[in-house]
Ligand binder design. Structure first.
Ligand code: PMP
Length: 394
């Protein structure tokens, strides 16, 4: 298996984690060598209700008895899509009621950028340093780390990057600006929470210049940060919201969400201005409907905050410079890259999978399932503390 993995699966680094997963259930990954690993990264913020939640499995089984793909997005009335869209819309403000389904997060952002350009008739795009919005050309063009962009340039023209959380930079947003895209809390950029006043000022500047505000909640959505969507923490409503990752309950599904006045521009001049074959796959939508139901029924949004409190208390340690983030999206900043690597690998040896972020080598990302049982969380925290002790003692 290992040999075929290296021969036939394209690698994106020279050192993939390379665990061979036999099965996954709840907070656990079960490996082919018999080991059981506590998953504190959730497939990177995907398995927010744990792996293979029984209600998601049941919804998938029911849907596959009915139909798989039948038609490109938006042409047929597919009840799994409509049911889930209705449930999702009920959780969102009146400005965000029309949902365009995609497969992935980057596609959601691609759609959002095109939508903003077409609605405003403008082409200037504004994004922020250290942002991450995906790896297709459009999303990469607004990703704020030049080391990832440079090898693929030229990318989209007319993109400007501003420092994140800096009120003085907002004047760059002007009446040529189609949209401003930001994560309300930067994930890959190192789990960075901006000031509420800054996001409010950003909203105001967009309103004053007629620019659309896009919030990329691909990572922060569906309860991860301790509110169903992170924008609710800040009381700032975007014009377009993008979603993916946890939305599908483990199945691939993304979306961009806006209001009818905006979304309608895809209907005409020309008709079919933005189409996708697999967006809103019926099996993914059935899974997503069940997953959102679980988040609501099991009060997982509140639970994310309880988990945050427990982790912050347990990880108050001399080897930890800072813990950033909200709810179950936490970044534990260590003093240097070497001790970060040592902590992550010792935890894995001892049965706990932690994460990294794309833009920072001294940050450990902790993103447990929101329904991780507390004793399992305690056990994982013990393992992390032991690894921190060992890093502190050299
Ligand atoms: N936006 C954000 C904020 C993300 O964290 C990610 C993935 N890490 C993406 C977009 C891209 O999503 P996908 O990998 O599904 O294309």
């Amino acid at each position: 298996m290992r040999e075929s993995f290296s021969q036939h699966i394209a690698w994106t680094s020279d050192h993939p984690i390379g665990l061979t997963v036999e099965r996954a259930e709840g907070p656990y990954l079960y490996l082919d060598d018999g080991r059981k690993i506590i998953d504190l990264i959730s497939g990177i913020a995907v398995s927010s209700i744990g792996h293979r939640h029984p209600r998601v499995i049941e919804a998938i089984e029911n849907q596959i008895q009915r139909h798989l793909h039948v038609m490109v997005y938006g042409e047929f009335v597919q009840d799994p899509q409509v049911r889930f869209a209705t449930r999702l819309a009920a959780t969102l403000p009146q400005e965000l009621q029309v949902i365009y389904f995609t497969m992935t997060g980057t596609e959601a952002n691609e759609g959002a950028l095109k939508l903003a350009k077409k609605f405003t008739g403008r082409s200037k795009l504004i994004a922020f340093e250290n942002s991450y919005h995906g790896d297709t050309h459009g999303s990469l063009s607004v990703t704020g780390r030049s080391v990832y962009r440079q090898p693929f340039e030229p990318l989209l023209p007319n993109v400007e990057f501003l420092p994140f959380n800096d009120p003085d930079a907002l004047a760059t947003i002007d009446d040529q600006t189609a949209c401003v895209i930001t994560e309300p809390i930067q994930g890959e950029g190192g789990v960075r929470v901006p000031d509420r006043e800054w996001l409010k000022a950003l909203r105001k500047q967009c309103d004053q210049t007629g620019s659309l505000l896009i919030f990329d909640e691909v990572q922060t959505g569906f309860g991860r940060t301790g509110s169903l969507f992170a924008f609710q923490h800040f009381d700032v409503i975007p014009d377009i919201l993008t979603l993916a990752k946890a939305m599908g309950g483990g199945m691939p599904l993304g979306a961009f969400v806006s209001r009818a006045e905006i979304m309608d521009v895809f209907r005409r001049d020309p008709p079919l201005s933005h189409v996708t074959t697999f967006g809103g796959h019926p099996v993914s939508c059935a899974a997503a409907d069940a997953a959102l139901n679980v988040i609501q029924d099991e009060n997982l949004v509140e639970r994310a905050l309880q988990i945050e409190e427990k982790l912050r208390n347990r990880l108050d340690h001399p080897a930890v410079a800072e813990i950033r983030g909200m709810g179950c999206l936490l970044g534990m900043e260590l003093n240097d890259a070497a001790s970060t690597r040592a902590v992550v690998s010792r935890c894995l040896e001892n049965g706990v999978l932690l994460g990294w972020t794309l833009h920072s080598d001294s940050l450990v990302r902790i993103a447990p399932p929101l329904n991780i049982p507390f004793p399992v969380l305690e056990e994982a925290a013990d393992t992390i503390v032991e690894a921190l002790d060992s890093a502190a003692n050299g």
